[in-house]
Design a protein around this ligand. Structure first.
Ligand code: HEC
Length: 212
């Protein structure tokens, strides 16, 4: 009886050992994959040939593609672009007391250190290159030469936030689109206007000849 038991145990151990040995034979094979998603990423991996025509796995975006959520800004950083923005751009937000309050907060965080909380150029930055921050109430021509600060409309202000001007850097990468418009509305308040009932009548162009 004992010998039969021993023989069965020996046979069983022998089979198990050979199965184990055979399973190690192909070092390239992963064997049974339990939850293959854990091993194989569905994302494209670098240095793997996926049979793309030029064998590149990091492909260039097609021409003119834009990142998701990004709105292209079609006006150039020129006087013409500034004027076109002034003509065409209108605040897309439904302005309420709350949006204006948010605009004030954003303005105080992003602009007031140079332009001052009242927008009269009384910011806390004292470096001489910021010594001549104009007041939003100025009636004299701005440095672009064709408008008074008080006459800049919503498009002009938006354009300035996008590109900056001279010592003022561009702010488009720091401020989201809708927040820029909230700031624009608050700057209009500092210009003495009512952005909820926009006074476009003050939008007067100063002729270059009359500047002397
Ligand atoms: C680093 C200081 C600084 C910051 C920050 C700054 N500005 Fe200015 N800003 C200036 C200066 C200086 C000028 C005048 C530039 C010139 O005329 O050469 C100016 C000019 C302007 C003008 C007039 C543009 C024109 O056509 O003459 C507007 C409008 C304006 N800023 C709005 C803003 C708003 C809105 C913010 C906040 C998002 C802001 N600025 C942040 C320094 C700054």
């Amino acid at each position: 009886m004992k010998t039969i038991k021993n023989t069965i145990t020996a046979l069983f151990t022998g089979t198990l050992l050979s199965v184990l040995l055979v399973s190690c034979a192909d070092s390239q094979s992963p064997g049974v994959e339990f939850m293959p998603d854990m091993y194989r990423s569905s994302a494209i991996e670098p240095y793997v040939d996926y049979n793309f025509p030029d064998s590149a796995t990091t492909l260039q975006s097609p021409e003119n593609s834009i990142p998701r959520g990004y709105t292209p800004y079609p006006y150039e950083n020129t006087i013409e672009g500034f004027e076109l923005a002034g003509q065409n751009l209108k605040n897309p937000l439904q302005l309420t007391e709350k949006t204006i309050e948010e605009g004030k907060l954003l303005y105080n965080n992003m602009c007031s250190h140079c332009h001052g909380k009242k927008g009269k150029g009384e910011g806390t930055i004292t470096n001489p290159i910021y010594g001549s921050v104009p007041s939003y109430l100025d009636k004299i021509p701005n440095r672009r030469g064709n408008r008074a600060m008080v006459d800049l409309n919503e498009g002009h202000i938006y354009h300035t936030i996008m590109y900056g001007l001279n010592a003022m850097g561009p702010h488009s990468s720091q401020i989201r689109e809708q927040d820029r418009w909230k700031i624009v509305a608050y700057v209009q308040i500092l210009q003495g206007k009512d952005p909820m009932n926009v006074a476009k009548a003050t939008d007067v162009v100063i002729e270059a000849d009359s500047l002397k």
